[in-house]
Ligand binder design. Structure first.
Ligand code: NAP
Length: 353
């Protein structure tokens, strides 16, 4: 097999890491490519699920003795601690790897230190290859580890005139089946799905990740969270159907903000504590407005349907904006056509002060 450059190996490692998206929490996604002394690929691996072998261990097992004197190219600093699996730093040293190339240092104080252990054992360590790309692939985990609460994606569906429901309250199926399939795929990449009790009372959604054609549930289901200050979620609501874990988050349990409603920062801290690294906020407009007003949204995914309603609630309510100077500025990072609809991905720009 022809030899590959470290840069090319890192590109492949990032691609491998992405295969674990949605299945590794509370761990990160990680990819690893092992090159022998001649630069030939002798092992590949990724972290497939929490509790399963780490990417380095999978790649080392494939490489066997050919790892000796070779280079391990990894998207995240190898761990240095014994959790459900042993430290990857030690496994790399034991296999006789002579160089380790890392895209991103591990921000997790419990697991970091792998680079120092490797160096102390005489292994060459290089940092910073394709860092931006590897960061982007692990953005939810890295963000949540650095600041201690989950990465929040607000997803909504609206008509071209920005309505999230019709005047009579009906809102199901604003967007096409193709867009709804895309939403289920998005649910499969997060650890929790959040909805306000208003949406539960109006639409009675299931909030599970499933195949829309035959209704089969995805193997891994995000935690369903209903943000419900006073516990108004009906006993027979579909979110209580047992198809996935559900948490009715009340103000009594989480803590209340000044308005008596669930304290959203405390809610996110508790979700982080429960291992949630990425959360999908599925509305409705009141809860989304409160999250945005508090600056707690990291990414927005809007599905815009080629429909006009002319009346009915807006996609967003009460986001703390009363004058144009206070508008929440966004940077659009992607626009993709999904069937007849548009999926627009945007990042809120950080506000000064
Ligand atoms: N097009 C879409 O993408 C989409 C998505 C979802 C929903 N919808 C539509 O939206 C409508 C429901 O929206 P909604 O605005 O009435 O309800 P909502 O946003 O789903 O829920 C709002 C409720 O959440 C509770 N809440 C708890 N803590 C809160 C906090 N800190 N800040 C704000 N709210 C908090 C409040 O009730 P308590 O104080 O009692 O807890 C509040 O009334 C339905 O018509 C639904 O079909 C559309």
């Amino acid at each position: 097999m022809a030899s590959v450059s470290v840069d090319e190996a890192m590109r492949r490692a990032i691609e491998l890491a992405a295969r674990g998206l949605g299945a590794t929490s509370p761990n990160p996604v990680v990819g690893c490519v092992l090159l022998d002394a001649d630069g030939e690929v002798v092992g590949e691996g990724f972290h497939a699920y929490a509790g399963g072998p780490h990417a380095e261990i999978v790649a080392l097992a494939q490489a066997g003795t050919r790892a000796r004197g070779g280079t391990a190219v990894v998207t995240l600093e190898p761990c240095d601690h014994t959790g459900r699996t042993g430290p990857c730093s030690h496994a790399l040293i034991a296999a006789g790897v002579s160089r380790v190339v890392i895209a991103v240092p591990d921000p997790n104080p419990v697991a970091s230190g792998g680079a120092a252990t490797l160096r102390a054992a005489g292994v060459q360590v290089a940092l910073g290859v394709r860092t931006q790309e590897a960061e982007a692939g692990n953005v939810a985990w890295l963000t949540s580890m650095r600041r201690g609460w989950p990465y929040v994606i607000w997803k909504y569906a609206a008509t071209l005139d920005g309505r999230s429901a019709a005047a009579d309250g009906t809102s199901m199926w604003i967007t096409s089946e193709a867009a709804r399939i895309d939403v289920h795929a998005l649910r499969g990449t997060v650890d929790a799905v959040l909805a306000g009790v208003g949406t539960v009372l109006t639409d009675d959604p299931r909030l599970t990740a499933r195949n829309l054609r035959d209704g089969t549930l995805a193997i891994r289901q995000p935690l369903r969270v209903v943000v419900d200050s006073s516990g108004r979620t009906p006993a027979d609501a579909r979110v209580r159907d047992g198809a996935a874990r559900t948490w009715i988050a009340t103000a009594a349990e989480v803590g209340a903000g000044p308005d008596g409603r669930v304290d959203l920062a405390a809610l996110l801290a508790e979700l982080h504590h429960r291992g949630v690294r990425a959360a999908l906020l599925e509305g409705g407009p009141t809860l989304a407005g409160a999250f945005l007003a508090a600056g707690l949204v990291d990414r927005i995914v809007g599905y815009v349907a080629p429909k006009l309603l002319g009346a009915g609630p807006a996609a967003l309510l009460g986001a703390g904006v009363s004058t144009i100077a206070d508008a929440i500025d966004l940077e659009i990072t992607d626009v993709t056509r999904i069937g007849p609809d548009l999926r627009i991905t945007a990042l809120p720009r950080k506000r000064e002060g």
